[in-house]
Design a protein around this ligand. Structure first.
Ligand code: B1M
Length: 210
């Protein structure tokens, strides 16, 4: 099974093996999306479970994250090449205080693959930087990612900063990340929520059509 070496390499934090596994799976004819959804993401989910159980620690999570990034680097151009004509633009970032970027990067990649122009602000993005980016890039959508329950409030602060700058009606706001729910999105006044990267593309298209 060409996916098991990738799963194992991400789990072990072995970046060269993860990259080699992805190259082999692509050569064997597997799609980038299948590799992502059936090997890379399940491996990171297992890393999280082992961390919760006290069987893995932060440095191990970090090297698994690096292996995941090495694997997805090879998938990125393929996902982007599957894209169609430009459909809209998105400013994306991980909120203030939060350094998790794997999910945010996947969402950005899938959006690019679907034809969106993506402006990635990176991680630990304070509300004011999101506001400045909306002012300068005039995107259709502002997309925020958060992985820590403690940083989800930064989404509320960013939406408040947009209101304060009188720019809230200029952009649709999308939120996502493991602790985010539709109820939370409604509570903070976001226009859309999605649970995974594929759903994020569908939601972004739906927001554009509104
Ligand atoms: Co962190 N971490 N981490 N971590 N980490 C979690 C999130 C945690 C759940 C682990 C656990 O306890 N089980 C836990 C959070 C608990 C909580 O708040 N509820 C946690 C913790 C506690 C911490 C630290 C505090 C640990 C410490 O230092 N003691 C620390 C905080 C640092 C900080 O941010 N300030 C920390 C650090 C790290 C590393 C740096 C070591 C590393 C991140 C490396 C990196 O991202 N470059 C790391 C990792 C790797 C994880 C886990 C294991 C994996 C996250 C991941 O990449 N998942 C994670 C446990 C887990 O999630 N099971 C954990 C794979 C990724 C594809 O999924 O990011 O959920 P995800 O993205 C999905 C969806 O959520 C969605 O689509 C994506 C693709 O399908 N999505 C969106 C994401 N953003 C979206 C935006 C959208 C739409 C959908 O629209 C805008």
């Amino acid at each position: 099974m060409p996916l098991s070496p990738i799963y194992q390499a991400v789990l072990d934090g072995n970046a060269p093996a993860a990259r080699a596994g992805v190259a082999a799976a692509l050569a064997a004819g597997l799609s980038a999306e299948a590799i992502l959804n059936n090997a890379c993401i399940p491996a990171m989910t297992e890393v999280g479970r082992l961390f919760e159980d006290g069987e893995k620690f932060v440095p191990e999570m970090l090297i698994s994250a690096r292996a995941m990034s090495a694997a997805t680097e090879l998938l990125k151009p393929i996902l982007a090449a599957e894209g169609v004509a430009q459909v809209g633009s998105v400013v994306i970032g991980t909120v203030a205080g939060d350094l998790h970027d794997i999910g945010k990067n996947l969402v950005g990649m899938m959006l690019e693959g679907a034809g969106f122009v993506v402006i990635d602000l990176g991680v630990d993005v304070p509300p004011q930087r999101f506001v400045e980016a909306v002012r300068s890039h005039r995107p259709d959508i502002l997309a925020m990612s958060a992985l820590l329950t403690t940083t989800t409030r930064a989404m509320l602060n960013t939406i408040a900063a947009l209101h304060e700058a009188k720019m809230r009606d200029q952009v649709k706001v999308m939120v996502g990340g493991a602790p985010i729910t539709q109820a939370f999105a409604d509570e903070v006044g976001a226009d859309g929520f999605s649970a995974d990267a594929g759903a994020a593309v569908r939601k972004a298209k739906e927001l554009l059509a509104r």
